[in-house]
Design a binder for this molecule. Structure first.
Ligand code: IPM
Ligand code: MN
Length: 360
């Protein structure tokens, strides 16, 4: 009891980056739900907002001020909406904000649950919530994302473009270890699938395979499995029930989690966590800034609300996380949300209100 009270005294510091497009709209609903959970459970938190994004960049030329990084390294968690602005060349904000934060805060895991909730439509015929429930552990600081490479004879007929894929033993091993630990703790069949392309990437994914095999020796209770990335896509559609936890490199993880998002009901519901188990983690809806729908109060905020749930779980607020998840399910099965698209007829704020109400 006494101990519990002490823990309760902690005030979490949460850095909030609403970002571009519909980011601020969905973040507002997530914060509404966070407030409701805090009231219900009794944890305390304070937020500090950062205006990084396309608007700030267009006005000031500044993408992510260096001075913000030490500050963000000290908060308990970061809550991010979306980055990407139609007025800014693709890559500038993505690299300068999202990827920079992932790299500099060493958030080496991108955790992306693929879970179909009851009441949500999936494009997979004959599959239901009991079939679609797995987690993708995406390596988040290396691979094809490091941005090394270059041009040679750019703009000429002889142009060469090189983009290097970096895999370090340390980076691969910590990611694989995280995935084994997660699989061991998960209440499913304790199966971990390495998703790679060992038949073509005979150096990079040889390192992944060897590391996977070695670490797997320490986890006899986990069934260590392998699937090539192309086959993984096939099974995700045909037999998603075969998966429990998937571990994969940065680029493959990016690609298969968009497929994952679609089978769990779309970008309106898919959330992810950029995790540094020893540092500051960042939680976000995995969809983009949806400029087409900006300011219209129509996009589904459930992905951003799920990100709040993941953040609470990460902070050790299990009870709050559980309340949020149950409220999401209650909203989804209430009959009030026809679908999770921007054309569902129910507004962003109405969905946020509904989930917050079910928490109370
Ligand atoms: C994601 C996004 C990012 C990625 C982009 C915006 C850089 O697609 O979070 O999946 O590729 O990681
Ligand atoms: Mn992506």
């Amino acid at each position: 009891m006494g101990k519990e009270k002490n823990i309760r005294k902690k005030t979490y510091r949460i850095g909030v980056i609403p970002g571009d497009g519909t980011g601020p709209e969905v973040v507002a609903e997530g914060l509404k739900v966070l407030a409701a959970a805090s009231q219900a459970v009794g944890f305390k938190y304070e937020t500090r907002e950062y205006d990084f994004g396309g608007e700030r960049y267009l006005k000031t030329g500044e993408i992510l001020p260096d001075s913000a990084l030490p500050e963000l390294k000290k908060v308990d968690a970061i809550y991010l909406g979306a980055v990407g602005h139609p007025g800014v060349k693709p890559g500038i904000l993505e690299k300068g904000i999202l990827l920079r934060l992932r790299f500099e805060l060493d958030q080496y895991i991108n955790l992306r649950p693929v879970k179909l909730y009851p009441g949500v439509w999936t494009p997979l015929a004959d599959k239901g919530p009991e079939d679609i429930d797995f987690v993708v552990v995406r390596e988040n600081t290396e691979g094809l994302y490091v941005g090394t490479g270059g041009f040679f004879k750019k703009g000429t007929k002889d142009e060469v473009a090189v983009q290097e894929m970096i895999n370090t033993r340390k980076g691969v091993e910590r990611c694989i270890r995280y995935a084994f630990e997660l699989t061991r703790k998960r209440n499913k069949e304790k199966k971990l699938t390495l998703c790679a392309k060992t038949n073509v990437l005979t150096y990079a994914h040889d390192l992944w395979q060897r590391t996977f095999d070695e670490v797997s020796g320490e986890y006899p209770e986990v069934n260590a499995d392998y699937a090539h990335v192309d086959a993984t896509c096939m099974w995700m559609v045909k037999n998603p029930e075969w998966f429990d936890v998937i571990v994969t490199c940065n680029m493959f993880g990016d690609i298969i989690t968009d497929l994952g998002a679609m089978i769990q009901g779309g970008m309106g519901i898919a959330a992810g966590g950029n995790i540094n188990p020893q540092g500051t983690s960042m939680f976000e809806p995995i969809g983009g800034s949806a400029p087409k729908y900006t300011g219209k109060n129509v996009v589904c905020p459930l992905a951003a609300i799920s990100a709040v749930q993941m953040m609470l779980e990460h902070l050790g607020e299990e009870k709050g996380a559980d309340l949020v998840e149950k409220a999401i399910v209650k909203a989804l099965t209430s009959g009030k949300i026809k679908d999770l698209s921007a054309r569902s007829g129910i507004s962003t704020t109405e969905i946020g209100d509904l989930v917050a109400k079910y928490i109370k």
